[in-house]
Design a binder for this molecule. Structure first.
Ligand code: ZN
Length: 185
Protein backbone atom coordinates (compact mmCIF):
# COMPACT_ATOMS: atom_id res chain seq x y z
CA UNK A 1 0.00 0.00 0.00
CA UNK A 2 1.91 2.97 -1.28
CA UNK A 3 1.04 6.12 -3.15
CA UNK A 4 3.05 9.20 -4.06
CA UNK A 5 0.36 10.98 -6.03
CA UNK A 6 -0.17 14.39 -4.41
CA UNK A 7 -3.50 14.81 -6.25
CA UNK A 8 -4.93 11.77 -4.55
CA UNK A 9 -6.89 12.97 -1.49
CA UNK A 10 -6.50 9.70 0.30
CA UNK A 11 -2.84 9.30 -0.58
CA UNK A 12 -0.86 7.68 2.17
CA UNK A 13 2.45 6.01 2.71
CA UNK A 14 3.34 3.48 5.32
CA UNK A 15 6.72 2.32 6.50
CA UNK A 16 8.15 0.43 9.38
CA UNK A 17 10.55 2.42 11.56
CA UNK A 18 13.23 1.66 14.11
CA UNK A 19 11.22 3.46 16.76
CA UNK A 20 10.04 1.32 19.61
CA UNK A 21 6.51 1.27 20.95
CA UNK A 22 6.55 2.96 24.38
CA UNK A 23 3.88 0.54 25.51
CA UNK A 24 5.09 -2.92 24.46
CA UNK A 25 8.48 -2.36 22.77
CA UNK A 26 7.33 -3.54 19.33
CA UNK A 27 8.41 -1.71 16.18
CA UNK A 28 6.32 1.30 15.25
CA UNK A 29 4.89 1.76 11.76
CA UNK A 30 4.78 5.32 10.42
CA UNK A 31 1.73 6.13 8.32
CA UNK A 32 1.50 9.49 6.56
CA UNK A 33 -1.90 10.45 5.18
CA UNK A 34 -2.93 13.62 3.37
CA UNK A 35 -6.34 15.09 3.98
CA UNK A 36 -8.26 18.28 3.50
CA UNK A 37 -9.80 19.48 6.75
CA UNK A 38 -11.42 22.70 8.00
CA UNK A 39 -9.07 25.52 9.16
CA UNK A 40 -5.98 23.81 7.78
CA UNK A 41 -6.58 23.16 4.09
CA UNK A 42 -4.34 20.33 2.92
CA UNK A 43 -2.67 18.70 5.85
CA UNK A 44 -0.51 15.70 6.54
CA UNK A 45 -1.30 13.37 9.35
CA UNK A 46 1.53 11.25 10.68
CA UNK A 47 0.48 8.32 12.80
CA UNK A 48 2.89 6.02 14.60
CA UNK A 49 1.14 2.73 15.05
CA UNK A 50 2.16 -0.38 16.91
CA UNK A 51 0.51 -3.34 15.24
CA UNK A 52 1.21 -5.48 18.24
CA UNK A 53 -0.69 -3.58 20.95
CA UNK A 54 -2.41 -0.94 18.77
CA UNK A 55 -0.69 1.95 20.55
CA UNK A 56 -0.90 5.06 18.36
CA UNK A 57 0.46 8.58 18.38
CA UNK A 58 -0.54 11.23 15.84
CA UNK A 59 1.08 14.43 14.59
CA UNK A 60 -0.42 16.85 12.13
CA UNK A 61 1.16 19.48 9.92
CA UNK A 62 0.11 21.62 7.01
CA UNK A 63 1.53 21.76 3.49
CA UNK A 64 1.00 25.43 3.00
CA UNK A 65 3.08 27.90 4.94
CA UNK A 66 1.34 31.22 5.36
CA UNK A 67 2.26 34.54 6.95
CA UNK A 68 2.91 34.90 10.66
CA UNK A 69 -0.09 36.19 12.49
CA UNK A 70 -0.94 37.45 15.93
CA UNK A 71 -4.45 36.95 17.28
CA UNK A 72 -5.53 39.06 20.22
CA UNK A 73 -8.59 38.52 22.38
CA UNK A 74 -9.54 40.28 25.63
CA UNK A 75 -11.32 38.05 28.15
CA UNK A 76 -13.63 40.40 30.04
CA UNK A 77 -16.93 38.58 30.24
CA UNK A 78 -17.82 35.01 31.34
CA UNK A 79 -19.21 34.38 27.82
CA UNK A 80 -15.74 35.01 26.40
CA UNK A 81 -14.62 31.73 27.99
CA UNK A 82 -16.80 29.82 25.52
CA UNK A 83 -15.20 31.24 22.38
CA UNK A 84 -13.89 28.43 20.19
CA UNK A 85 -10.14 28.41 19.61
CA UNK A 86 -8.18 26.63 16.94
CA UNK A 87 -4.59 26.32 18.06
CA UNK A 88 -2.18 25.10 15.39
CA UNK A 89 0.99 23.14 16.24
CA UNK A 90 3.08 26.28 15.62
CA UNK A 91 1.09 28.50 17.97
CA UNK A 92 2.52 30.09 21.10
CA UNK A 93 0.23 31.54 23.78
CA UNK A 94 0.88 34.74 25.70
CA UNK A 95 -0.98 36.47 28.53
CA UNK A 96 0.91 39.72 29.19
CA UNK A 97 -0.95 40.66 32.40
CA UNK A 98 0.41 37.62 34.23
CA UNK A 99 3.62 37.15 32.23
CA UNK A 100 2.58 33.82 30.71
CA UNK A 101 4.35 32.51 27.60
CA UNK A 102 3.62 28.97 26.44
CA UNK A 103 5.63 27.78 23.45
CA UNK A 104 4.61 24.82 21.31
CA UNK A 105 6.11 21.47 22.25
CA UNK A 106 7.88 19.75 19.38
CA UNK A 107 5.32 16.95 19.33
CA UNK A 108 2.27 19.14 19.75
CA UNK A 109 -0.63 18.69 17.37
CA UNK A 110 -3.29 21.15 16.37
CA UNK A 111 -6.33 21.24 18.61
CA UNK A 112 -9.78 22.72 18.71
CA UNK A 113 -10.62 23.96 22.18
CA UNK A 114 -12.16 26.99 23.91
CA UNK A 115 -10.71 30.02 25.68
CA UNK A 116 -11.58 28.28 28.94
CA UNK A 117 -9.77 25.14 27.75
CA UNK A 118 -6.62 27.17 27.09
CA UNK A 119 -6.78 28.83 30.53
CA UNK A 120 -7.32 25.47 32.26
CA UNK A 121 -4.33 24.04 30.42
CA UNK A 122 -2.12 26.97 31.44
CA UNK A 123 -3.29 26.66 35.03
CA UNK A 124 -2.40 22.94 34.98
CA UNK A 125 1.05 23.84 33.65
CA UNK A 126 1.51 26.49 36.33
CA UNK A 127 0.46 23.99 39.00
CA UNK A 128 2.88 21.36 37.75
CA UNK A 129 5.76 23.86 37.66
CA UNK A 130 4.90 25.49 40.97
CA UNK A 131 6.92 23.13 43.16
CA UNK A 132 10.13 23.60 41.21
CA UNK A 133 9.57 27.26 40.56
CA UNK A 134 12.26 29.72 41.64
CA UNK A 135 9.45 32.13 42.33
CA UNK A 136 6.57 30.17 43.90
CA UNK A 137 4.71 33.41 44.74
CA UNK A 138 4.53 34.30 41.08
CA UNK A 139 3.25 30.82 40.23
CA UNK A 140 0.64 31.13 42.99
CA UNK A 141 -0.46 34.52 41.63
CA UNK A 142 -0.76 33.09 38.13
CA UNK A 143 -2.89 30.20 39.40
CA UNK A 144 -5.08 32.54 41.46
CA UNK A 145 -5.62 34.98 38.58
CA UNK A 146 -6.49 32.16 36.15
CA UNK A 147 -8.89 30.58 38.68
CA UNK A 148 -10.68 33.93 39.08
CA UNK A 149 -11.04 34.47 35.35
CA UNK A 150 -12.15 30.85 34.74
CA UNK A 151 -14.88 31.27 37.36
CA UNK A 152 -16.07 34.48 35.66
CA UNK A 153 -14.56 36.95 38.11
CA UNK A 154 -11.38 39.00 38.10
CA UNK A 155 -9.89 41.65 35.86
CA UNK A 156 -9.76 41.39 32.05
CA UNK A 157 -6.96 39.25 30.65
CA UNK A 158 -5.50 39.51 27.15
CA UNK A 159 -5.00 36.23 25.32
CA UNK A 160 -2.52 36.50 22.45
CA UNK A 161 -1.87 33.65 20.03
CA UNK A 162 1.30 34.09 17.98
CA UNK A 163 1.48 31.73 15.06
CA UNK A 164 4.37 31.61 12.62
CA UNK A 165 2.06 29.93 10.08
CA UNK A 166 -0.96 32.17 10.75
CA UNK A 167 -3.48 29.35 11.15
CA UNK A 168 -4.59 29.78 14.75
CA UNK A 169 -7.96 31.42 15.32
CA UNK A 170 -10.28 32.57 18.07
CA UNK A 171 -13.84 32.56 16.79
CA UNK A 172 -15.31 35.80 18.07
CA UNK A 173 -16.20 39.19 16.65
CA UNK A 174 -13.95 40.69 19.30
CA UNK A 175 -10.82 38.98 18.02
CA UNK A 176 -8.18 41.29 16.58
CA UNK A 177 -5.83 39.82 13.99
CA UNK A 178 -2.49 41.42 13.28
CA UNK A 179 -0.51 40.14 10.34
CA UNK A 180 3.22 40.40 10.79
CA UNK A 181 5.43 40.41 7.70
CA UNK A 182 8.42 39.52 9.79
CA UNK A 183 8.50 37.70 13.03
CA UNK A 184 9.83 40.41 15.33
CA UNK A 185 10.95 38.03 18.03
ZN1 ZN B 1 2.98 -1.78 21.24
Amino acid sequence: MHSEDPQDEDAFTEQITDLRCPSCGGKLHAIVARKNIPYEGDINILTYLCKNCLYRETQVWSDGESDPEEVKFVIEDPDDLNAVVYRSPTCSIHIPEIDVDVYPASASTGEITTVEGILLEIRDLAESFQQDSEDPDRARNTIRTLTEVISGRGDPLTLILKDTTGRSEIHSEKTEVVRADHDKE
